[in-house]
Design a protein around this ligand. Sequence first.
Ligand code: SAM
Length: 411
Amino acid sequence: MYQRKIDNKWNFQNVNTKEYTHCYHTYPAMMIPQIARRLIQEYKPQGKCKLLFDPYMGSGTSLVEASLANINSIGTDLNPLARLIAKVKTTTYDIVNLRNEFQEIQSQFPFFSLTNIKNKNFERITNHVFWYSTESLLKLSYISQLIEEYSNNKDFFYVALAEVVREASFTRNGEFKRFRMKEDKIKDFHPDVFGIFKDKVKRNLNGLQEFKTVVGNTTVGIYDFNSILEIPQNIIDPESIDMVVTSPPYGDSRTTVSYGQFSRWANEWFSFENAQNLDSLLMGGKKCHQKIFLTETIDKELQQIYEADIKRYYEVVSFLNDYWFSIQNVANTVRKGGIVCYVVGNRHVKGVQIPLDYFTAETFERCGLHHIITLVREIPNKRMPLKTSPTNITGDKIDTITNEYIVILEK
Ligand SMILES: C[S@@+](CC[C@H](N)C(=O)[O-])C[C@H]1O[C@@H](n2cnc3c(N)ncnc32)[C@H](O)[C@@H]1O
């Protein structure tokens, strides 16, 4: 089959994942920068390595690492917030300009008053009364206005604001999905909106400074095409990519990681497109009742899921159909001798683990690539409540290991 190798050196426990511009904005299921870095160092193709592609770039971790390695890059994501973050993380702004603009913006905070706020209409934000206090909304609006007035590098400040928009809402801390805090928590929740914004900008400026001391002179292209449908040839020539480094979703957003829900506060704040229905546009978001892909490696698992729950089976199939088309399109962009690295998770559905790493390797091989190795990272997980605890005591917890699979292929 497709050889797996457990290699502890890929675990990267206790490393600083927030170096350089990686500190800017959290994002669900971020790739650890050191993984992209080491993949580029150890697996970059023979001969030239001038162009890297990430078809699910999220917040742009691979793109930042490509720039640090002096490689041009192209990334795409359907989530507008992801594109904003990735763009800002890979831009080498003039720091003196940013500092001056930041001074100007901060100098206006003491003048915050109802009469000074131009936009007090928050209808664009679904259920804004449910999610925010009036005071937070007004302060956020005032910051938006100051960025408009005082900055020529608005996106840099918008990325900081995007995080505040989320943190100042009544969303439960540490959750990616939209859950509201309990009423008693809300009573005592008075976020220091200006203070949080200042801290984010300062942190991001430090990250930028660090980034600029080491980054090469590279180009980065940020796009919004959907690799399931097509990869536009005016953006990427066929057989032109030297290396792909990516971490795709491992299931549809509804039953796995909900990128749309996480991003909705910011996407609505900035009136970005598809803010309300993003999850249905992402991989596996549209239900389909026909299996289109071919597979030998995960047939048994799919059969087991089918027997356990037909509805869940078609959810998985819908995702895999999309994944299958996307891989075919991505494979076409890779040059002969180019390297493809997919970091994937093998999730459980109805108690059946789906070996997405095998399916990834198998599908790329059908497109003419050959599998080199799959590196298995062991991630010691938080203590998880298990349905079947060893002691059978409800609520008992045991330590679990989660694995991540880095599938590496060559064309
Ligand atoms: C695991 S995340 C990537 C995280 C990224 N490596 C990082 O470090 O931030 C997967 C991303 O795929 C995006 N995505 C899902 N379906 C997509 C599609 N059909 N086309 C483009 N992007 C898609 C999601 O919006 C999400 O940002």
